[in-house]
Ligand binder design. Structure first.
Ligand code: ADP
Ligand code: GLC
Length: 481
């Protein structure tokens, strides 16, 4: 099958969070299974010059004409890469914004991108199925069915749309309809209109042939008011075409047996070298070496409300009264950056913090910490907890979305389970679970068993890719009528 992916992030070119990992792992897995796969990305700053396959498209965005070129990069593991070269929109610092704010012209940027994706599908690389991700590409199905509907070349090409996060909708005032130049009939309650605004995500949910969410649990959750961010009625209406597919983990990059960024390699058969990784991590963050005797709690995250850091803030003092050290890496909302900085200033002996995006340190934390903390309020899938299990770094998570689907609570007596879970989204519930984790940590044989269980987990992309293929087939059947 020929599968064309469109997204705003994909490794190795662009990443701010898990979306970038998924758009590497899934295309790779499909290509390894013998399918023809291509990925379309914006040509962001730093991606470099690539050979031109179309020198100029003519794309109207509201009152202005734009003339992006389409470029192609070298294939990677059989996957082809096309880039939409519109310097006025993408040659900037940051993918979505800078200095903590969003770019004001994001609706224009991703409308242009979506239109260019459709032109690629028409003129450069005709797919059997198009697979779009999140609000930035949600206009692809809307445009295909609502504007290009007359074009027979697209009638049989299905669009599958994956929701990675319902909280990011691309929601703007009504004037955006005019700014992006979409016909007025799409400003309708059964299309893009949402409480008087324009909502890109809503359009994707309504116009795609099939929808997927990134875990089984999240596919259920987004149909409820609590997790639907206002669009639960829309996902409920489309529930017969909505499938939950858990992301995979890419063990060619996230594996302590051959991770190129960590101080020493180890595996389930021999974990002693993990202690070297722990010392290296403490050195890297200039923390006292004596912390290697303590349970080191690792955090690698976008610092946003979703991730539940307010729960940690609520019980920070009691947390650090326990015999633990904290290493945290992340960036995002200034208030969470300030919170972690404050924690490190108050307890430099126990807390190491780095604000920023640092892939190498992310790997060192996965390898060097004992516990990986993800107290998310909601989590569509979550990749970090899957990675941490492979490193024998035990996840402590709130039971939501993909965290609930992937972590099984530890039962020492039975020797079962892969981590720790709490249910109430409160600081005290988090603290109780941390204390329980510490009790288990002090019981060396129990902890060793827990590490073995976690390291034996296999969240493979092959399993997920097979499920996506099934959805692609079903979507094709829908289009074939
Ligand atoms: P989300 O997509 O919501 O951010 P995931 O757990 O799915 O959450 O994916 C997060 C990914 O981004 C992981 O690969 C993680 O290592 C990476 N990541 C998050 N923050 C940082 C950071 N500050 N530096 C390096 N990598 C990060
Ligand atoms: C989103 C979600 C995260 C998920 C990732 C990849 O960023 O927040 O839970 O793992 O997408 O699907």
């Amino acid at each position: 099958m020929r599968i064309l992916f469109a997204a705003s992030e994909a490794l190795p070119y662009a990443k701010t969070g898990g979306l970038g990992d998924v758009l590497e792992g899934l295309p790779r897995a499909l290509s390894a299974m013998g399918h023809d796969v291509a990925v379309v990305l914006p040509l962001y700053r730093g991606i470099g010059t690539r050979s031109v396959v179309l020198s100029s498209l003519t794309i109207p965005i509201g009152p202005r004409m734009h003339f992006p070129a389409i470029r192609e990069g070298d294939p990677l593991r059989g996957v082809r890469y096309f880039f939409v070269d519109a310097g006025e929109f993408f040659d900037r610092n940051g993918l979505y914004g800078e200095f903590g704010g969003e770019f004001g012209d994001n609706p224009e940027r991703f409308t242009l991108f979506s239109r260019a994706v459709i032109e690629i599908a028409k003129q450069v690389w005709q797919p059997d199925v198009m697979h779009c991700h999140d609000w930035q590409t949600a206009l692809v199905p809307v445009l295909l069915r609502g504007v290009y509907g007359f074009d027979p070349s697209f009638a049989r090409i299905p669009v599958v749309f994956t929701v990675h996060n319902m909280a990011y909708q691309g929601r703007y005032g009504q004037d955006v309809m005019w700014r992006i130049g979409l016909p007025g009939h799409l400003f309708h309650v059964n299309a893009l209109e949402f409480w008087g605004d324009v909502d890109f995500l809503k359009g994707g949910l309504l116009f795609a042939d099939y929808l997927t969410a990134v875990s089984r649990k999240y596919a259920e959750e987004i149909q409820t008011p609590e997790f639907g961010f206002g669009l639960d009625a829309v996902t409920r209406a489309r529930s017969s075409r909505l499938v939950g597919i858990l992301n995979g983990a890419d063990y060619s990059t996230w594996n302590p047996e051959n991770d190129r960024w960590i101080a020493a390699h180890y595996s389930a058969a021999g974990t002693t070298n993990k202690a070297i990784c722990k010392q290296d991590l403490l050195r890297e963050l200039r923390m006292p070496a004596e912390n290697s005797e303590r349970m080191v709690v690792g955090i690698v995250s976008r610092f946003v409300e979703q991730k539940g850091f307010d729960m940690i803030a609520h019980v920070a003092r009691e947390f650090l009264d326990e015999d633990v050290a904290i290493v945290a890496l992340g960036s995002g909302d200034h208030r969470y950056e300030a919170f972690f900085r404050m924690l490190a200033d108050a307890r430099p002996d126990r807390v190491g913090v780095r604000i920023g995006f640092d892939n190498v340190l992310a790997h060192k934390i996965q390898a060097g910490a004992d516990l990986f903390l993800m107290p998310s309020r909601y989590e569509p899938c979550g990749l970090s907890q899957m990675y941490s299990m492979r490193y024998g770094t035990i996840p402590l998570v709130r039971a939501t979305g993909g965290l609930d689907d992937t972590v099984e609570p530890f039962e020492p007596a039975a020797g079962r389970g892969t981590g720790f879970k709490f249910w109430d989204a409160t600081g005290p519930a988090l603290l109780d679970t941390l204390r329980w984790a510490l009790t288990c940590y002090r019981n060396r044989p129990a902890w060793a068993k827990l590490m073995q269980n976690a390291m034996a987990q296999n969240f493979s992309w092959e399993v997920a890719a097979a499920k996506y293929l099934d959805v692609y087939e079903r979507a094709r059947a829908v289009r074939a009528g």
